[in-house]
Write a protein that binds this ligand. Structure first.
Ligand code: ADP
Length: 448
């Protein structure tokens, strides 16, 4: 096992990783930009190294500075968290070349899953159902038109290098196809420097359901059930729950088995998430995330398994601590993403926190790095906390989330708390009947 781990991230996730390390008796190194010198992740780690100015490209994405921080402190492994360098195969390669351990899958696995066309083919070959569409990249307008005719409109053009919802365009009819293709290509080229696109059937009312898996180097792969992340705005998740209100136990175990069997074939290592769209009782793969996800705590609440701990164990060459038959998913969990944003316009609202009270009580977890007096810098993601509640059933969980949101006080800045307070009064949310378009429609219909 490692003696010392460097955490190449900031905010709540850096703190989250620090906690797992502490419980395993592992010393920690925080890295930070000059804007984060007063951050909680820096205070709670055993050592810290300043790696550059506020701009992420000069600090949290600065590979030489992070490797140097490892060498100075003697850290043996790097946990990348989510975002920043977590899905950079090149960074994982560089880490390995320096005889350090990247806590995550192999560089080749990151590369494979980061190329959406190759990923789709690989999981399809391993037995995972995918969205009907083109076999690989579409080269010409004529080829796209032929495929779209075959699967039927509307169709979605997606960038092979896509991420964060960029480079995606819907064409509702043959007339819209050519423009959608060229816009998607231009957007993909600008955002990712690579303009390969592919075509998929556009599902009209799907839910976003994803399966959390863990895999070790001994051929063991387990799943921790699914998360329903259908409440999204601009393809960004805002609230997640486990289990999905749309699935029953047999569907849950069936999709879990399909996923674990496939990842055994692929030889995957570490934690990962297979994301699906789910419509009319069928699952369609959309992508695999080869890292820890923001919403991982809802799966931890149901399973009692510390996902970061398992990531570290597997990276150190140990076996997973849990076997599928021992994993019991109990009760229900919901996560609300508390962002420093206006709750209805979503305009970022960085600034100083003048008042802070954290909710508590049975079944409540608040993952955050903020504190009274903390100044949220304007340079980074607006996520400032994750409120996660667990209950014996969905009803108890909803009631608990309402009261935890009422207890949570973050003064001085705007947050998404009022949005969740409103959402948890909505009949569709209470009944669990929503799809990936529900929130956008709801927000569009709110009185201005
Ligand atoms: P990204 O990597 O950019 O986040 P994803 O492939 O994960 O892209 O898709 C992001 C979101 O886009 C999904 O959660 C879903 O809301 C929507 N989406 C993706 N593929 C389809 C599809 N075939 N039909 C309808 N919506 C889709």
């Amino acid at each position: 096992m490692f003696d010392k781990i460097l955490i190449a991230n900031r905010g709540e996730i850096a703190l989250r990783i620090n906690r797992a390390c502490k419980e395993m008796g592992i010393a920690t190194v925080a890295v930070h930009s000059t804007a984060d010198a007063d951050a909680m992740h820096v205070r709670l780690a055993d050592e810290c190294v300043c790696i550059g100015p506020p701009s992420p490209s000069l600090s949290y994405l600065n590979m030489p500075a992070i490797i140097a921080a490892c060498e100075i402190t003697g850290a043996q492994a790097i946990h990348p968290g989510y975002g920043f360098l977590s899905e950079s195969a090149r960074f994982a390669d560089i880490v390995n070349e320096h005889n350090l351990t990247f806590i995550g899958p192999t560089p080749d696995q990151i590369r494979l899953m980061g190329d959406k066309i190759a990923a789709k083919q690989a999981v399809k070959d391993a037995g995972i159902p995918t969205v009907p569409g083109s076999d690989g990249a579409v080269e010409s307008d004529e080829e796209a038109a032929r495929i779209a005719q075959g699967i039927g409109y509307p169709v979605l053009i997606k960038a092979s290098a896509g991420g964060g919802g960029r480079g995606m365009k819907v064409a509702k009819s043959p007339e819209e196809l050519s423009l959608a293709l060229s816009t998607a290509r231009t957007e993909a080229k600008a955002a990712f420097g690579y303009d390969a696109v592919y075509l998929e059937k556009y599902l009209q009312k799907p839910r976003h359901i994803e399966v959390q898996i863990l895999a070790d180097g001994f051929g063991h792969v387990v799943h921790l059930g699914e998360r329903d992340c259908s409440l999204q705005r601009r393809h960004q998740k805002l609230m997640e729950e486990a289990g999905s209100p749309a699935l029953n136990d047999s569907q849950r175990y069936e999709i879990g088995k399909v996923v674990t069997d496939a990842l055994k074939k692929i030889g995957y290592l570490g934690a990962g998430t297979i994301e699906f769209l789910y419509e009319d009782g069928k699952f369609y793969f959309i992508e695999m995330n080869t890292r820890l996800q923001v919403e991982h705590p809802v799966s931890e609440a149901l399973s009692g398994i510390d996902i970061v701990r398992e990531q570290i164990r597997v990276a150190a060459g140990l076996e997973l601590e849990c076997k599928q038959e021992d994993i019991k998913l109990s009760g229900h969990a919901i996560e609300c993403r508390i962002n420093a944003e206006n709750p209805f316009t979503f305009m970022p609202s960085p600034g100083q926190i003048t008042q802070f009270h954290q909710p508590g009580g049975l079944g409540v977890r608040f993952d955050s790095a903020i504190y009274d007096g903390y100044k949220i810098p304007p340079y980074y993601d607006s996520l400032v906390g994750k409120l996660v509640v667990h209950g014996r059933n969905r009803y108890e969980c909803l009631m608990r989330m309402r009261r935890a949101l009422d207890e949570l006080v973050i003064g001085g800045i705007e947050t998404t708390i009022p949005l969740f307070q409103k959402l948890l009064q909505e009949r569709d949310i209470i009944e669990g009947s929503y799809n990936i378009h529900w929130l956008e429609k709801y927000l569009a219909n709110l009185p201005k």
